[in-house]
Design a protein around this ligand. Structure first.
Ligand code: GAL
Length: 444
């Protein structure tokens, strides 16, 4: 059965993985065998025995770059304050959207050498680990710590199967945003960011005519991220969601048309020279070489935190074209892998992730809003104040991110990557649509 990702906050429609995974074997308890450490490997820092009364915890993520690392560092500092003597091994692997980290993690899980806690997106990305029995059920912790009442029910449903809860969400990010520098627009005589993709294409002609790049992009994952926002803007929230739950026909003219629009949008980008990651793409907008970039709100962490820029004057942001009033969401969450070598310290780390202090230290720097509903609103300023307001506004329509693991599991995500590679190499929209429809059918 496919999931319906609509109405996350109003809870009118099931968000959870339960139905998707019904009948799949999943580990629910931690046996002594599960807890036993796999054999030490030379050079594996995490395999060092716990220090008496201290111990260590290996935390795995992909938050290494400017704007990513600062938030994690803040949470680690708070953890150390609360748990003096516990050493934190920050095992972050660089590469936006976890492009490198996910491959390394897959290998570690496969070989029975998990980190003590690792980052996973809430939603179908987590479902693979649950199905494979790789992550522990945290429901008892949720009950004893009283977390269930502190997180939106729809979000909890996205990490729950059969009443078992498999991760701890630390934030909510928004993917559907277009970023720009106000004075660049003024200099070009452009009144404001494009309201839809048709307007973007019209603006792009003008921008190109004046010798600038209309849209800065980074590596392929950023192009996939762009694709999801074009599909969302062109099809609207219900049909976008329908792409992933089987209700929207990939073979329809509307979908092919949206994919054609994506190709046109990309033709106004610097895809040929794009290298490195999402930060350098943003840098080209800052230096005025390029005018727009489409990226999630971790970019706010980069611009405001790492770059120390002022919101509204040095940079500004709007909903990506055609997606006003819609929150294309994703949530970073942390797990307790079966076989974690430092189980008890990992539990302490998860408590940090779920805490109001941890979330309110992490998110303002990360460019995300808290997963908890009772966080301190005064900590969220400028862009984040408006993000929090939009996230909590009952009129906002919520959809789930493709690129960041909400609406597609890893197998579907990988098939989309392959199909996108072919599309970018000159393939046609119909071929892409057929390939994705096939991947979805095979992963029902
Ligand atoms: C996402 C992740 C964000 C941010 C982004 C860019 O997948 O959820 O927290 O790290 O990648 O790296």
């Amino acid at each position: 059965m496919r999931l319906d990702w609509t109405n996350l906050r109003t809870f009118a429609v099931t968000f959870g993985l339960g139905a998707f995974l019904a009948g799949c074997p999943s580990k629910t308890t931690t046996s002594e065998k599960d807890k036993a450490a796999p054999p030490d490997k030379p050079g594996d820092k995490a395999a060092t025995p716990d220090k008496a009364g201290g111990g260590q915890v290996e935390v795995f993520s992909w938050w290494t770059g400017p704007g990513e690392q600062e938030g994690l560092d803040a949470m680690i500092a708070d953890f150390k304050k609360k748990n003096p003597g516990v050493e934190v091994i920050n095992a972050a692997v660089s590469g936006g959207a976890g492009t490198n980290a996910k491959a390394i993690l897959a290998n570690r899980l496969q070989t029975g050498n998990p980190p003590d806690s690792y980052q996973r997106h809430a939603g179908l990305e987590l479902s693979d680990d649950i199905k494979a029995g790789k992550v522990e059920d945290l429901a008892a912790m949720y009950a004893s710590e009283g977390w269930k009442d502190k997180m939106p029910k729809g979000l909890l449903d996205a990490i729950t199967v059969d009443g078992k809860i498999y991760s701890v969400p630390v934030n909510i990010h928004r993917a559907n945003l277009i970023w720009f520098v106000p004075k660049t627009l003024q200099g070009l005589g452009i009144a404001g960011p494009p309201k839809d993709w048709k307007e973007f294409l019209a603006q792009a002609e003008t921008i190109k005519g004046k010798g600038k790049t209309p849209l800065a992009v980074g590596p392929q994952w950023t192009q996939k991220h762009l694709l999801e926002t074009v599909l969302l803007g062109e099809l609207g929230p219900d049909k976008y969601t329908g792409l992933w739950n089987g209700k929207t026909d990939w073979a329809s003219a509307e979908v092919t048309g949206a994919l054609d629009t994506f190709k046109k949008v990309l033709s106004f980008s610097d895809i040929r020279s794009a290298a490195a990651d999402w930060q350098p793409a943003a840098d080209r907008v800052l230096d005025g070489t390029a005018v727009y970039t489409v990226m999630g709100d971790w970019l706010d962490g980069y611009l405001k935190g790492a770059k120390k820029l002022a919101f509204k004057t040095d940079y500004d942001v709007a909903a990506s074209p055609g997606s006003a009033g819609i929150y294309d969401f994703l949530s970073d969450s942390f797990t307790l892998p079966v076989g974690a070598k430092h189980h008890d310290e990992a539990v302490k780390w998860l408590k940090e992730c779920a805490s109001t202090e941890g979330q309110d230290l992490f998110n303002p720097q990360k460019g995300s809003v808290p997963a908890r509903t009772d966080a301190d609103k005064s900590k969220y300023k400028d862009y984040l104040a408006s993000a929090l307001k939009d996230w909590q506004d009952p009129a906002t329509k919520i959809v789930g991110s493709l690129t960041h693991g909400v609406v597609a599991n890893n197998a579907v995500g990988a098939e989309v990557d392959t199909a996108l590679g072919l599309l970018l190499a000159g393939g046609d929209s119909k071929g892409f649509a057929d390939a994705v429809a096939k991947a979805l059918a095979a992963n029902k």
